[in-house]
Ligand binder design. Structure first.
Ligand SMILES: [Zn+2]
Length: 282
């Protein structure tokens, strides 16, 4: 044995007792990180999804019109540095877009996400996303498999009556890997589509878009505290988190209000309300 090889083997042997055995290496935990509003990074079985990216800095976009106030949006900055954001955009395996309203898919996201990144969307948004240059866009009408994760599309209602119609198509998605089933409900109120998705998939984790977004006239177009209570009561086994608050001017149910109303119904322990930037295990 040559001296160099001897040293190499010797080094390997001397390190052996302190290297953890393969089976004892902690597996990366499945997690969800809320960046802001509905923008999430979900890590499931080592596959990372960026959901509904709205990446503009604070105040970069006009307010939602007819919403009772005229504050420019987003109301707050992203909680991460530009460097950390580029890192996330580079390393996510795919982007999942529930619908293309600008609080879920804004100009900064469109310009800063690599055009070859795999993107999944609902069928009615396919051409819109392709037209701006994305080359690897796949619509999901029912389900597909991506890197060992099953993705099922679910329905929803972005409001009632005429306003709901004008808001257009919205979708949710269920990501399944082994026993983990993560349901991203998307921009929907409590409705049959959500109830059916809970019944059919029995998600282990459900993320609902709260905020009770509302215009000057008409019913809310995203979940209010009452909608979330319905979700919590309909599916008592899975965990539940509420996002889509404190960022866009038409969302009138803030985290503080939601917390207070859930506490009044003794449901604080059932609904997790993450802060921007917070990561939690699935
Ligand atoms: Zn929204």
């Amino acid at each position: 044995m040559k001296r160099a090889e001897f040293l190499k083997v010797g080094l390997a042997l001397s390190l052996a007792p302190i290297l953890p055995h393969q089976s004892s290496v902690a597996k990366i935990k499945d997690s969800i990180r809320l960046l802001r509003h509905a923008t999430l990074v979900i890590n499931l079985g080592g596959v990372r999804f960026l959901v509904d990216p709205m990446l503009s800095p604070k105040g970069a976009m006009d307010p939602v019109q007819n919403a009772g106030n005229t504050e420019r949006i987003p109301l707050v900055d992203l909680p991460i540095s530009d460097q950390e954001l580029s890192n996330i955009l580079e390393h996510v395996d795919a982007v999942l877009i529930t619908h293309t309203h600008r609080d879920h898919w804004d100009a900064v996201a469109q310009n800063s996400i690599e055009k070859s990144k795999p993107i999944f969307c609902q069928p009615s948004d396919l051409s819109k996303i392709k037209e701006i240059g994305f080359k690897n866009v796949t619509d999901i009408s029912d389900k597909l498999e991506f890197q060992g994760i099953r993705i099922n599309r679910t329905g929803g209602k972005h409001g009632t009556g005429d306003i709901g119609q004008r808001m257009g198509d919205v979708s949710g998605f269920v990501l399944t890997k082994g026993n983990s089933r993560v349901y991203i409900a998307g921009d929907t109120i409590w409705c049959d589509e959500v109830k059916n998705a809970l019944d059919q998939y029995k998600p282990t984790y459900t993320i609902v878009n709260a905020g009770g977004a509302q215009f000057n006239a008409g019913d809310p177009i995203t979940m209010t505290d009452l909608d979330i209570i319905e979700v919590a009561n309909a599916h008592t086994k899975g965990k539940l988190a509420a996002v889509h608050m404190n960022t866009v001017n038409h969302c009138i149910v803030t985290r503080a209000i939601l917390r207070e109303r859930l506490a009044a119904k003794s449901l604080s322990n059932r609904v997790y309300i993450p802060e921007d930037g917070e990561q939690f295990n699935i």
